[in-house]
Design a protein around this ligand. Structure first.
Ligand code: XLS
Ligand code: NI
Ligand code: NI
Length: 437
């Protein structure tokens, strides 16, 4: 096998290990709640950040050192990256990867040539998947980088752009099928607006609805066995993205009759950009059976954009895994590290440190969440708060046998409500913290 990384296969050495190239918590086959860690976590590497990221920012070009990369956007380079990527993923022991069509293969002079380039790389990806057993968690289409998408894709004011995007997604769905991808993601790259003054908002939303309905039809037509996922994000690159958060996406899907066809791929940094915690987005989606998959990263408290940092916050990860365990797992979904190493972490080895750190932080979060569930203290405390809904008037309201009249009668007789109990937030937080560490 070609050697791009002078790194051994990463092994589990246990919590006391000080080896930065070993796992302290992620022990793939260790059982948690009766299921191997690898099945709970279903880690995926994001092709775009890890194999295409250069570290460029608005103030300077990329400075990442990638000895294998000649910096060209050639087909040869794309093919070589397949070897780089699979060596990296095999050494890391990650079972999945995710890509945009344009990360894995360069655009050609026209759609036909772009499709041909994609086919060439996909053939090699398929070989690599068969050889290593690494699978595609999800595929997607990049409908935001090329200048034709300047006004959006399916929400563009230019109907031709809608048509181009449709053709591109059709192809991306076909290659996802070819590679046995288990999910397909729709992140609304530039589906939003910069100014209301030049925007027909309702037309754009209707077109987005039409676009997704066409995708559903085509999925059924070709028998693509992939779960469809919408990835909410409130802003960036546009001022207002239509898929702004899970609640907005739910309303959108219901409006266009698509709620049975999609679940959500929830990204931590997008949640915080929307002014929510990741916990909120997960709880909201999960409670409606809509949590499909996770883009595991984090933002920076001091920066107001999608910094896509590696998810090393144990507290957040424990909350994420609590939500995941709470709904009996992610099913077909997984934890995709939609995260990039910082510009000043420019050596190839940093890619390992970053992924190992994040995998460990999630495995640790999983163990914490399982411990919290095993003790059941938090659940018990919460159930106690809501005990009034289990009998009497609470049960009547929940079952639908109460009305304004019956409730008025009840309250006139009773005169005043049963006194409220303390919410005890600080106690809940302290109990949660018992398990961290
Ligand atoms: C951008 C998104 C993107 C999606 C896939 O902010 O996170 O990377 O995950 O298109
Ligand atoms: Ni993402
Ligand atoms: Ni993002």
């Amino acid at each position: 096998m070609t050697q791009f990384f002078d790194v051994p296969k990463i092994k589990y050495e246990g919590p006391s290990s000080k080896n930065p190239l070993a796992f302290r918590h992620y022990n793939a086959d260790e059982l948690v709640e009766g299921k191997p860690m690898k099945e709970h976590l279903r880690f995926a590497v994001a092709w775009w950040h890890t194999f295409c990221g250069t570290g460029s920012d608005p103030f300077g070009p990329g400075c990442a050192v990638r000895p294998w990369d000649d910096g060209s956007n050639s087909l040869e380079m794309a093919l070589k990256k397949v070897d780089v990527a699979f060596e990296f993923m095999e050494k890391l022991g990650v079972p999945f990867y995710c890509f945009h069509d344009r990360d894995v293969a360069p655009e050609g002079k026209d759609l036909k040539e772009s499709n041909k380039n994609l086919d060439t790389v996909v053939a090699k990806l398929k070989e690599a998947q068969d050889r290593t057993g690494i699978k595609l968690l999800w595929g997607t289409a990049n409908l935001f980088s090329n200048k034709r998408f300047v006004h959006g894709a399916s929400t563009s004011c230019n109907a031709d752009v809608f048509a181009y995007a449709a053709a591109q997604v059709k192809k991306a769905m076909e290659v996802t099928k070819e590679l046995g991808g288990v999910n397909y993601v729709f992140w609304g790259g530039r589906e939003g607006y910069m100014s209301l003054l030049n925007t027909q908002l309702r037309r754009e939303l209707d077109n987005l609805g039409r676009f997704l309905a066409m995708a559903v039809d085509y999925r059924n037509k070709i028998g693509l066995d992939a779960q469809f996922l919408i990835e909410p994000k409130p802003k960036e690159p546009t001022t207002h993205q239509y898929d702004s958060d899970c609640a907005a996406c739910m309303a959108f899907l219901k409006t266009y009759g698509l709620e049975k066809e999609f679940k959500f791929n929830i990204e931590t940094n997008h949640a915080t950009l929307a002014g929510h915690s990741m916990g909120h987005e997960l709880a909201y989606a999960s409670s409606y059976g809509m949590l499909g998959s996770i883009d595991a990263n984090r933002g920076d408290e001091l920066l107001g954009w999608d910094t896509d940092q590696f998810p090393t916050n144990l507290y957040t990860n424990a909350q994420v895994m609590l939500a995941v365990l709470g709904q009996g797992g992610l099913g077909r979904g997984g934890l995709n590290f939609d995260a990039k190493v910082r510009r000043d972490s420019f050596e190839p080895i940093d890619l390992f440190y970053a992924h190992i750190g994040a995998m460990d932080a999630f495995a640790h979060g999983l163990k914490i969440a399982a411990e919290i569930r095993k003790d059941g203290v938090l659940k018990e405390m919460t159930e106690k708060r809501y005990a009034s809904w289990e009998s009497g008037v609470g049960a009547q309201i929940s079952e639908g046998s109460a009305s304004f009249e019956t409730l008025e009668k009840y309250m006139l007789e009773k005169g005043e409500v049963t006194p409220n109990a303390s919410g005890r937030q600080e106690l809940f937080e302290a109990v949660f913290n018992r398990y961290i560490g």
